[in-house]
Design a binder for this molecule. Sequence first.
Ligand code: HEC
Length: 378
Amino acid sequence: MPLRSARAALALTIVAVTSGLAFAACSGGDALPPAKDASAEAASPTPEQIFRAIEPQLVAQCGGTGGQCHVNGTFASAPKWLGPPDKYASAKAYRGILPATGDPDDSILLTQIEHTGPSLQSNKDLFGRVRTWIGAELASSTAKLPSSALVQVNDGLNTIDLPSVGAKVTFSAQTNNDVITLSAIRLTAGKTAVRFKDPFFVVVPQKGKIVTDPTVNGFETGLVTLNAAASADIGTLILIRWQAGNKVKIVFKVLEAAQPNADAGPTGECTALDVFKQKASPAFQTDVPLVDGGTRSCFFCHSGGDDVAKNALDLSQLTTNPGAACAQARNYVNFADRGKSIIILNPTGQANPSHPVQALQASGPVVTAIRAWVDAEK
Ligand code: HEC
């Protein structure tokens, strides 16, 4: 299964979830001032003008009595997304209000449900106005990013289609109480070449706050071009506070059809095969200490000594057809940041926590020899 990965990145990730802070005392106590009609003010009001027009209503609905909820946060440390000195600046800056996906419907304000305070959805008029404001902000800053549909995640193999480019993302999911691990996340092109950049997962719970944070739930792959039918390994993601019934979608900074990339041969041939043979190959054949005791070489496990290992990284032709083994190893080179290549991070104990090798020194002979080849690949 010669997969073609231009870049691989692995991220062990923790989702900081702010649990819905909700107290009856936050149910909008103050009387609603009359709403101004933003659209009447100017032909096309600025996003700020739209916000200013709904600001009093928002404060009434979400600020709680005397502003103790989302304005001053004095009640139950409610998040101060309408906090002083300027409610507009606070709302814009609060994480998730203007979602990184560029899609207004992913805003935490619109997806928030009845919590200790009321849901915005309970006030249809205000809901519509807030949506208009968020849409206007996003239109002036972030384009709506390409995204998959929202899907359910099941334990085992999952496939998420990317119909706009005829590609798909596959991964294996495993839940353990409220932690879910998405591993072997891989994007495979369909009949045409695709280009993608920096995928991230958006988590949409049945109840509670949507999580759209590329820095926490995403990968910095840089721009990756894949030829038809080729695939790229993206990595592993661990999401905490996972609830049954959560859905996810994958959003990309870039996802588009591409011209076939002349550099990215379908077989992913190595460009530094000599260095591979001189440096990396002997390193792969050196015995290294195992977590469970004893020693083995990378070559031993990855040539069939361990089926799972060979499936992940097939070095079986290391001595008979080094070019083929090199192409396999190249799948685990991260061209954006070579020191963060999984082929380096795994032996140094910084990637797959269940990798059976004891963490080797980055400065030791095995890792420096592999690194010399990683640095030489183009
Ligand atoms: C005792 C057997 C064993 C040895 C020795 C071993 N590996 Fe692995 N390796 C595995 C297994 C098993 C997996 C698959 C782990 C998984 O899927 O969770 C793996 C996976 C990998 C992967 C793919 C990424 C991943 O975690 O799925 C890379 C890259 C890798 N190993 C590199 C190396 C290098 C480099 C060496 C030598 C320094 C080495 N391995 C030595 C068993 C081994």
